[in-house]
Design a protein around this ligand. Sequence first.
Ligand code: CMP
Length: 159
Amino acid sequence: MNHPKEERTLVLMKPDALQRNLLGEIVGRFEKKGLKITGLKMLQMGEVLIKEHYGKYADKGFFAGLKKYMTSAPIVAMVVSGVRAISAVRVIVGPTKGYEAPAGSIRGDLSMSIQTNLVHASDPSEDPEAEIKRFFKPEELFAYKKIDFDYLYSADELA
Ligand code: CMP
């Protein structure tokens, strides 16, 4: 079971993560932090998903390049859960521009680009649950208690 205080958020490992052999490294960073993987799958993004997920950028100059990049190879989609997971995941991922993202973050340590920035993480203002629904069916998601849970959080953080 997930604790009632646990949040869920969507992470996409983009084609450059796959091509640069960084999938394991990236999954490991979330695991080591103490976050819980509650969904994981590989898929090929196509026209429909690109429109749904990146539609807000359709009028931007970088949209055509973004579409080409995101459809160039499969992606790995992941749902990450934990207490305050939405903000914790964004800190681990770092800001969009890899070349100025802080060292220690995935983008800061592993990316030099605005576009090929390895990962996507849900923005809290853009309804992470809606993003999860875009990529996962309910039966592809799991709720369970991890054995390290009681050591990751203090009792008052869970009250
Ligand atoms: P992501 O967090 O998935 O959200 C939108 C994506 O568009 C972003 O990561 C980058 O991959 C890409 N992106 C954002 N801004 C630019 C830009 N100025 N030029 C090229 N790609 C961009």
